[in-house]
Design a protein around this ligand. Structure first.
Ligand code: 1HN
Length: 325
């Protein structure tokens, strides 16, 4: 029983502690939990070379109708059984085959999709059909009806990011099915601008423009944050999303930040070091950088990296901090 002061564990104090705990009370001075940054979750990397064959097996074995959403959850190795990639976020890889429909529903968690591989899928969000191509980023705000389909001729894989742990934390998890499998479509966005869809062609052009105008940041290269075009703020109240470019041969400084982030490699290959442990990455690989985990990037070729994190929530709560080591 550690004591934070000079107090000695006398028989009287032990008696007192026992009496206190007979009621729903605890003496704060006996706590063992230290107040320090970081979380129980650990770094991890999921190679597409490993996840793609498993997604294909899932597609062969489980119908979209049975699964509702055919998702392999990126579960943090230190949080097995939780369906969480960090203590505040969910991430998963979803596969949809040609002709399949993922039926319409809505829920209180916010969701994002980042398209990894394959052409021809769409997601419908609150009456708008949004086409999805690799590198596109799509926003599904909380309580918006959403269903997915694949009008192409091959499988499509995307990364789902949700703030379900927030909703669970608050005891505010609600979901319901739409009466129809696919919600009625009022607009087909096609390539028209919508605040819900960020096409890769535009993001990539903006990154190239940024790289022409400014020197790379010593730790994170050239970074863009996705913003809501109406508010100018983050795309969700909880989650922030980013696209970053590491120039070829980039050798970044070590950094840590309090947001836990999930990365998806869009283009290129390189290495992320967690403390000093190297994890090589290729296009379509995903990895998680836990809160307050020291990490640095090295790029073998030009690398484009998508990421999302709980930084939006942390910033609005006044919690977010970053340090260059
Ligand atoms: C969900 O609704 C989707 O709509 C994907 O595609 C993943 C993970 C947890 C809860 C709901 C989707 C999800 C999810």
């Amino acid at each position: 029983m550690p004591l934070s002061s000079d107090a000695k564990l006398t028989p009287a104090l032990a008696d007192f502690s026992r009496d206190v705990r007979l009621q729903p009370l605890a003496p704060l001075w006996e706590r063992t939990m230290r107040m320090m940054p970081g979380s129980p979750c650990v770094p991890a990397l999921w190679r597409y070379a490993d996840t793609r064959p498993l997604l294909e097996r899932a597609a062969a074995l489980i119908s979209k109708r049975d699964a509702e959403r055919r998702v392999l959850v990126l579960e943090n190795p230190a949080l097995r059984g939780s369906y969480q990639v960090t203590p505040s976020l969910f991430a998963g890889l979803q596969i949809i085959l040609p002709g399949e429909i993922a039926p319409s529903h809505r829920h209180t968690p916010n969701a994002l999709r980042f398209i990894v591989d394959g052409e021809g899928a769409y997601t419908a969000v609150d009456g708008t059909r949004l086409p999805m191509s690799p590198g596109d980023f799509v926003v599904t705000p909380n309580w918006a009806w959403h269903d997915h389909g694949n009008l192409g001729d091959g499988p499509v894989v995307w990364l789902d990011g949700l703030d379900t742990p927030f909703t669970q934390f608050f005891g505010a998890m609600f979901r319901e099915n739409h009466p129809q499998e696919s919600q009625p479509i009022a607009h087909d966005s096609g390539d028209a601008p919508t605040p819900l869809r960020f096409p890769y062609t535009r993001t990539r052009a903006a990154l190239a423009e940024l790289a022409r105008r400014a020197a790379p940041h010593p730790a994170h290269g050239h970074t863009l944050r996705y913003t809501n075009p109406v508010t100018g703020g983050n795309v969700f109240p909880t989650m922030a999303a980013f696209m970053q470019w590491l120039p070829r041969s980039f050798d970044g400084r070590s950094r840590r930040a309090t947001d836990g982030a999930i990365y998806c490699v869009v283009e290129g290959s390189g290495t992320v070091y967690f403390d000093d442990a190297p994890h090589a990455f290729e296009a379509h690989d995903c990895f998680v950088i836990p809160p307050w985990q020291a990490h640095r990037f090295a790029a073998r070729s030009d690398c484009v990296l998508f990421s999302f994190s709980d930084r939006a929530a942390q910033e609005s709560l006044g919690f977010w901090r970053e340090s260059l080591d």
